[in-house]
Design a binder for this molecule. Structure first.
Ligand SMILES: NC(=O)C1=CN([C@@H]2O[C@H](COP(=O)(O)OP(=O)(O)OC[C@H]3O[C@@H](n4cnc5c(N)ncnc54)[C@H](O)[C@@H]3O)[C@@H](O)[C@H]2O)C=CC1
Ligand SMILES: O=C(O)[C@@H]1CCC=N1
Length: 272
C-alpha cells in the first residue's frame, strides 16, 4: 500500500474518530484525503465545518477511500458490516479501533483476502500523546502495519503487539486515562477535605501528575525507585502509603483491569 496520503475514511466519527481526524490534520494529512461518516446530519455538519473534510455516506466512503478506519462502538459494528462488508473491495485496508472485537470478526464479514489491522488508541490523542497498540490480522502485511503506524504515530506513541494481547492492552492503555482522571479527581477532593480551595488543589495535583508522568517516561527509573525517593523514613508519604495498602488500592487496580479485560471479551462475544 505504500506511503501516506492515501484517502482515509473514518467510519463513525464520534469521540475517537474525531480525535483521529484532528490528529491526522495536525500532522499535515491533507483534508481532501480524509473522509468521515456520521449517523446524524447535525454531527456530519459539525465535522465538515470544524475540519473541512467531506462527510459522506458509508458506501461512498468505502468506494473512495483506500483505508477504512472503523470507529463505531463494538455494539454497532455488526450492523455496519452488514451494510458495507460485502461492498468492500479486497484491496482496501480495514483498520478497526473497536474495543474487544478480534480482526476475525471483520474478516468473516469482508471479502476473502481483505487486510485488517486492529488498533487500540486512547484519548490523549487530543494532545498528540496517545498510546496506540497495533496488531496485524489475517492478510495484513508489514506494509499495512507500517501504514497504520504512519496514521497513528502523529497522535503519540505506537507499539506493535500480538493480537492476542489486545484485550489486555485495552484494559491498560485504552481505558487507562480514565483511571488516572479518577485518581486525580479523588486527590482533588482530598485537598478539599484538607481545607484547600478547589482551584489550588486542582493546580497542585495536575502539575504533580504531569511532573510524575514526565519522570516516569524520562528518568529511566522503575516506579518503585521513584516512589522510594519520595518516601522519607517516619515521614508523611509512608503514612499515606499505609492507608492505600490498607484500603486495597493495589488489589483494586488488579481487579479493575481484569474486569476491563473481561468486558472486552464480553463485547466480542455479544457482537458475534
Ligand atoms: N473513547 C475511548 O477512549 C476509546 C474508544 N475506543 C473505541 O472506539 C470506538 C468508538 O468509541 P467512541 O468514539 O468513544 O464512541 P462514540 O459513540 O463517540 O462514536 C461512535 C460513532 O459512531 C457512529 N455510528 C454508529 N454506527 C454508525 C454507522 N452505521 N454509520 C456511521 N456512523 C455510525 C455513532 O453515531 C457515533 O458518533 C469504540 O469501538 C471504542 O471501543 C478505543 C479506544 C479508546
Ligand atoms: O470504555 C470503552 O469501552 C472504550 C474502549 C477503551 C476506552 N474506552
Amino acid at each position: 500500500m505504500g506511503s501516506a496520503r492515501h484517502t482515509v475514511a473514518v467510519i463513525g466519527a464520534g469521540k475517537i474518530g474525531e480525535l483521529m481526524l484532528s490528529g491526522l490534520l495536525r500532522s499535515g494529512w491533507p483534508a481532501q484525503r480524509l473522509l468521515a461518516t456520521a449517523r446524524r446530519p447535525v454531527r456530519a455538519e459539525e465535522l465538515a465545518t470544524r475540519y473541512g473534510v467531506r462527510v459522506v455516506d458509508n458506501l461512498t466512503a468505502v468506494s473512495e477511500a483506500a483505508v477504512l478506519a472503523i470507529a463505531v462502538k463494538p455494539q454497532d459494528a455488526g450492523a455496519l458490516l452488514d451494510e458495507i462488508g460485502p461492498k468492500v473491495p479486497a484491496d482496501k485496508l480495514v483498520v478497526s479501533l473497536c474495543a474487544g472485537l478480534p480482526t476475525s470478526f471483520f474478516s468473516r464479514r469482508l471479502p476473502e483476502g481483505t487486510p485488517v489491522v486492529r488498533v487500540m488508541t486512547n484519548t490523549p490523542a487530543l494532545v498528540d500523546q496517545a498510546m496506540s497498540a497495533i496488531s496485524a490480522g489475517a492478510h495484513a502485511t508489514g506494509e499495512h502495519l507500517a501504514l497504520a503506524e504512519e496514521m497513528f504515530a502523529p497522535l503519540g506513541a505506537t507499539l506493535r503487539v500480538p493480537e492476542s494481547q489486545q484485550d489486555a492492552v485495552t484494559a491498560l492503555s485504552g481505558s487507562g486515562p480514565a483511571y488516572f482522571y479518577l485518581l486525580v479527581e479523588a486527590m482533588i477532593d482530598a485537598g478539599i477535605l484538607l481545607g484547600l480551595p478547589r482551584q489550588v488543589a486542582h493546580e497542585l495535583i495536575v502539575q504533580t501528575a504531569i511532573g510524575s508522568a514526565v519522570m516516569l517516561r524520562d528518568s529511566g527509573e522503575h516506579p518503585v525507585k521513584l516512589r522510594e525517593a519520595v518516601t522519607s523514613p517516619a515521614g508523611t508519604t509512608i503514612s499515606a502509603v499505609r492507608e492505600l495498602e490498607k484500603h486495597g488500592v493495589r488489589a483494586a487496580l488488579l481487579a479493575a483491569l481484569e474486569a476491563a479485560r473481561d468486558r472486552a471479551r464480553e463485547l466480542a462475544a455479544q457482537a458475534d
